[in-house]
Design a protein around this ligand. Structure first.
Ligand code: GLC
Length: 765
């Protein structure tokens, strides 16, 4: 079970699938923007005044209000009229139940009679049901009440049951939304709360809610604790849950375990650098964001409401690369799911549900529902004409597999047999070769990879035109693959793929350099995109960063390309994707030319590629420049300009409006963005330079020259590495000496230490 809640407890919950099994309803893109939510109302039963612990939805002028979002919990706290109240929301690790741990204290000097109400609005589970065809969906849900439990049943769905209960015996309830809210009222002034009396409603059909009322009397200074529980299941489940979580000591224990869960993840990599905001980000929020992405595959947030689910091939492939140290199991699962979504031709299906290709999937449905989860004929989504194929999707998976192996040491993954989406099977290793072969075949007139439907940039639609970025990516993927081929002693493949790499490099060299920087691509009619002669779309981030990361660019060209990125794309909020923005539609280039200037793919500060520039600068050894770029995008650094940013300063956003837009600096779409994982990956592995190899831990930092030292604690394959990097001479890159437990080691790689051991590593730059 998952919940997405904001700073006023607005949001929604779902069980396993945000598309097909939503628990509570959300009105996306609504006014106000966060209704409904998971609310607690309080009412003074003497005066009739009422308010909400999370400020909204009543919006009463509270004397004090805070919301704290922690790792997998949110805590709302308010003071109003002499009552201090807190609502802490979290889901324990082991049960599909959302708990609201509510505490009230009478801070006034007289006895107080209060009513406490819960409120959630149930959803019709399937996001489409919830928004259309009400002649059907309005009649498929029913509520009932039994012994302190509101039960909700989605009649059309095989496993469509939820309950809402509490640690106390309620004094009233409503399970019908419109009875609780009342005619021409809304969540801000529900009649149930206004009148202080719930009507005991429930029915088969209609719109449902879970409102439980508890009447309490609090003496001055007296405190009370109430636990509300919203869970998945039927009455039996509800009874068990109620028994278990009415014990507040157990609730506390569950909350501690949730803390331990995150603590364990965070402890695998902790940093202490002179950059405080970098520390906060890497040690807490950046990892959290990266984990959230691999879990949700970027489909559940306020923005990505959850109506599109499954796996986006390229997004999930990249996310899998970024957190193998904190979530190896999830990364592995995603890698296998994506390999199953690969065709024999070697491309990935751009968007699919992993269940479609899961050979172990067993249907255990008690009855056949007329709708709900649509069945897909896999043949229909695999076309021979490559119309829907993106040129980059599967390439991202190759390095993710290699990173996973370096992290875990699980070389045998390469021999695991996995099915192909269109039939047949092959080892993971073979899947990798097919990915590389596909890109080698899909080249255009000049030998550069075709752009197909799109490359990483969804709005660059070159068709048979060519994408510089994809050729660089192809080169990078081949290099990654060669590392495992060499370790596996595959002599023939080593030869073959070295030749392939050389061919790609030669084509890139011959076709893509424009004198100062690399072009972005070539249209189907042979026009170059992103040249010095262009008035718009002149310099692009994707091709220039990837030319360097891949290793195709030599030092001179690499430096010139990245200088151009700095000159044309840098802003105080991060690097723009391209500049100047396109203003003239050009369908040979693609939809990007029809996006408003300064927005999204057309000249915004698109966050995801920013870390590519950090890696590129780190490869070039320019730590001052890399940190300048890092600091510009770092959300924590934008805390003091939040009125401009308009987004939380602890989450990377998909994009920030670029220079060519009137709202320059305004951030949009927090959390669900590849910039989370990439920022973490780039900062830890390339700026701080701590990255696992097959049998050693490399420490090769690229830092600002004014850093005197920094520390990293890294857990890797069961051992702990306490690393101190000293920089007495103010360098930006280059390790001059390294000791492990006082013994000198050649190079910059710490040999793998025995599991269970702790070692002290001192690196001098
Ligand atoms: C969105 C998509 C991602 C794409 C990016 C740039 O973030 O999820 O796949 O690479 O936009 O177009």
């Amino acid at each position: 079970m998952c919940a997405v809640l904001n700073q006023t407890a607005g949001g929604y919950a779902f069980y396993k699938s945000p598309e097909y099994h939503r628990i509570t309803r959300f009105r996306p893109n609504g006014v106000p923007l966060d209704r409904p939510g998971h609310y607690v109302y309080l009412r003074d039963d003497e005066s009739g005044d009422y308010w909400s612990v999370s400020w909204q939805p009543t919006g009463k002028p509270l004397e004090h209000y805070t919301c704290r979002h922690g790792l997998s919990y949110s805590k709302y706290q308010c003071n109003y009229g002499g009552i201090s109240a807190e609502q802490k929301v979290f889901i324990p690790l082991d049960d599909p139940v959302e708990l609201w741990d509510v505490r009230l204290r009478n801070d006034s000097d007289k006895e107080r009679r209060l009513s406490v109400y819960s409120y959630v609005e149930w959803s019709y589970h399937h996001i489409e049901f919830d928004n259309q065809n009400f002649q059907m969906s309005n009649y498929c849900s029913g509520s009932s009440y039994e012994d302190g439990v509101v039960l909700y049943d989605l009649f059309y769905e095989e496993f469509g049951y939820q309950f809402f209960t509490a640690s106390f015996q309620p004094d009233g309830f409503d399970a019908l939304r419109d009875k609780f809210i009342g005619l021409y009222h809304d969540e801000s002034n529900p009649v149930g709360v206004e009148q202080g009396r719930l009507s005991g409603s429930f029915e088969k059909t209609g719109n449902h809610c879970a409102a439980l009322q508890k009447c309490i009397t609090l003496a001055p200074g007296e405190e009370i604790r109430l636990v509300f529980m919203m869970g998945q299941g039927q009455l039996e489940q509800a009874k068990e849950t109620r028994k278990k979580y009415s014990d507040t000591a157990y609730v506390d224990r569950c909350f501690e375990l949730l803390g331990d869960y995150w603590e364990d993840k965070l402890s695998r990599l902790q940093v202490e650098t002179p950059n405080q905001n970098m520390n906060t980000s890497l040690n807490i929020w950046n990892l959290y964001q990266s984990e959230v992405n691999i879990i949700f595959s970027r489909f559940a947030s306020f923005i990505e409401v959850g109506g599109r689910t499954g796996l986006g091939y390229r997004d999930t492939a990249q996310d899998s690369m970024t957190v193998p140290h904190s979530n190896p199991a999830k990364c592995r699962q995603r890698i296998i799911e994506l390999l199953r979504g690969e065709t024999k031709a070697g491309y990935g299906l751009h968007l699919f549900q992993p269940e479609w290709f899961d050979p172990d999937k067993k249907e255990v449905k008690p009855f056949k529902s007329p709708t709900v989860v649509p069945e897909v004929n896999v043949k229909d989504i695999i076309s021979d004409d490559l119309k829907n194929v993106c040129s980059d999707d599967a390439l991202w998976l190759v390095p993710s597999i290699v990173e996973y192996i370096k992290e875990t040491g699980e070389m045998s993954l390469l021999d695991e047999v996995v099915t192909y989406a269109d039939g047949g099977e092959g080892t993971v290793y073979e899947h990798m070769t097919r990915i590389l072969d596909f890109s080698a075949q899909q080249v255009g007139a000049t030998g550069i990879c075709k752009g197909l439907r799109a490359d990483w940039n969804d709005c660059l639609n070159l068709g048979g035109g060519e994408s510089a970025m994809v050729s660089f990516l192809h080169y990078w993927a081949i290099q990654n693959f060669l590392e495992v081929a060499e370790r596996s002693g595959k002599t023939e493949d080593i030869e073959k793929y070295r030749r392939m790499a050389e061919k790609v490099r030669a084509a890139c060299d011959a076709e893509l350099w424009d004198g100062k920087w690399y072009i972005r691509g070539i249209t189907a009619s042979g026009r170059k995109i992103g040249t010095q002669k262009d008035a718009e779309g002149k310099v692009h981030m994707e091709s220039n960063t990837w030319a360097v990361i891949s290793g195709v660019a030599d030092e001179e060209k690499g430096k010139s390309a990245m200088d151009s990125v700095d000159e044309y794309l840098y802003t105080p909020y991060g690097l723009m994707l391209n500049a100047p923005s396109f203003t003239v539609p050009d369908d040979e280039i693609g939809f990007v030319t029809r996006v408003y200037p300064g927005v999204k793919e057309n000249g915004s500060i698109f966050s995801h590629p920013n870390p590519w520039a950090w890696v590129a600068e780190a490869k070039l050894g320019r730590g001052d420049r890399a940190m300048k770029f890092y600091n510009a995008l770092l959300p924590e650094n934008q805390n003091d300009i939040i009125e401009r940013r308009e987004a939380e300063p602890y989450s990377y956003c998909q994009f920030i409006m670029g220079r060519d837009h009137t709202a320059f600096g305004r951030a949009r779409h927090p959390f669900m963005t590849g910039s989370g994982g990439w920022a973490y990956f780039a900062a830890t592995r390339y700026l701080l330079g701590v990255r696992p190899d097959f049998d050693g831990l490399t420490v090769d930092p690229c830092i600002p020259s004014d850093w005197k030292s920094f520390r990293v604690v890294r857990k890797w394959r069961g051992a702990e590495y306490h690393i101190l990097v000293e920089n007495p001479d103010g360098k930006q890159k280059g390790v001059t000496s390294m000791t492990v437990n006082g013994e000198k080691v050649d190079g910059s790689t710490v040999p793998m230490q025995p599991a269970g051991s702790v070692c002290e590593v001192v690196v001098r730059m």
